[in-house]
Design a protein around this ligand. Structure first.
Ligand SMILES: C[S@@+](CC[C@H](N)C(=O)[O-])C[C@H]1O[C@@H](n2cnc3c(N)ncnc32)[C@H](O)[C@@H]1O
Length: 298
């Protein structure tokens, strides 16, 4: 299956994202990705989505495998536009306001195409770098930055478990809604390693306080069975990672986000502390529905 865009395809996507029907095109791909009805489509969107190989229109519009891949950065981008081009949760925590990153070297681990980095680059000065293992997401960084009229942030190939940087390079390491996909203990060690002394780790993500509540939420809201099974699989993976150090139920997938886990807050505290960083309970807080864990490097 195709997991990167060729040079010619990248140029075609660039033209489409800068073209007159780009808003409608993005909206259409995101709607299919979220299983929402596509609605009335301008002919130009149908033609562009077909030409790019993102969707087919036989009986009803459907994303192609390539369409599913590109839908991810486009959905992140659409959500970023919808929240006023701000960092997720920046209204909830002064720590996440762009001003607090001014003049700092910041690494975002699991940056996707880099919407948080774009927020920083638009509003403050500093050195902002992302690490992202999905090549196609990285290919969208310059395309979406150009659409925004911003210099593209640097997003490099790599994974949280083996960061492609020397020791003590960054003032802040940020990991937003991404640690759940990683071998978390290894990734936290790596994040601690690349922090400068006096630097700060900020890890933001889901952390259920009770797993019973976690499954109950789905039972009570009568979600489709497939979603409940997904939650149960995530729970089994979370517990097996905590006890055995590995996810037990992982099916092969092109997506790096196929098998998330959500360790409890107490577990995250223990793992962060085991890296030698000093936890900052005074700064750790809820951000949106997630928890922002903060720790300093002595
Ligand atoms: C939900 S997205 C979050 C993107 C971005 N941080 C944000 O806040 O919008 C999670 C990202 O983590 C990346 N990811 C998954 N496994 C990873 C790993 N082992 N190391 C680094 N990034 C990873 C995924 O490819 C994806 O782009």
């Amino acid at each position: 299956m195709q997991t990167t865009l060729s040079e010619a395809q990248t140029e075609e996507v660039r033209q489409a994202l800068l073209g007159p029907c780009s808003d409608e095109l993005i909206d259409f791909i995101v709607r299919l990705n979220l299983s929402l009805p596509a609605g009335e489509l301008p002919q130009a969107v149908v033609e562009t989505a077909s030409r790019l190989g993102w969707a087919s229109f036989d009986a009803q519009p459907q994303l192609s495998p390539l369409g599913w891949l590109v839908a991810d950065p486009l959905r992140e981008y659409r959500m970023w536009l919808d929240r006023g081009r701000r960092i997720h949760g920046e209204g909830d925590s002064a720590l996440l306001a762009p001003e607090s990153y001014a003049g700092k070297s910041v690494l975002e681990v699991g940056s996707g195409f880099g919407c948080n980095l774009l927020s920083l680059a638009r509003r403050t000065d500093g050195k902002f770098v992302g690490v992202e293992p999905m090549a196609i997401y990285r290919q969208f960084t310059p395309l979406l930055a150009e659409r925004e009229g911003v210099v593209a942030p640097e997003v490099v190939d790599g994974a949280g478990e083996a960061l492609p940087f020397g020791d003590r390079q960054f003032d802040i390491v940020l990991c937003y809604s991404a640690h759940q996909y990683m071998d978390i203990r290894k990734a936290l060690q790596e994040m601690a390693r690349v922090l400068k002394p006096g630097g700060q780790l900020q890890v933001i993500g889901g952390s259920p306080d009770s797993y019973v509540q976690y499954v109950n939420q789905y039972l009570l809201t009568r979600q489709p069975v497939a979603l409940l099974l997904n939650r149960v699989r995530t729970l089994i993976n979370t517990l097996s990672y905590q006890w055995l150090g590995r996810r037990m139920l992982v099916s092969p997938s092109v997506f790096a986000t196929a098998a998330p886990i959500y360790p409890s807050r107490a577990t995250m505290y223990r793992w962060i502390a085991s890296t030698g960083l000093s936890l900052r309970p005074d700064l750790t807080q809820r951000v949106g529905g997630e928890t922002c864990f903060v720790a300093d490097k002595p």
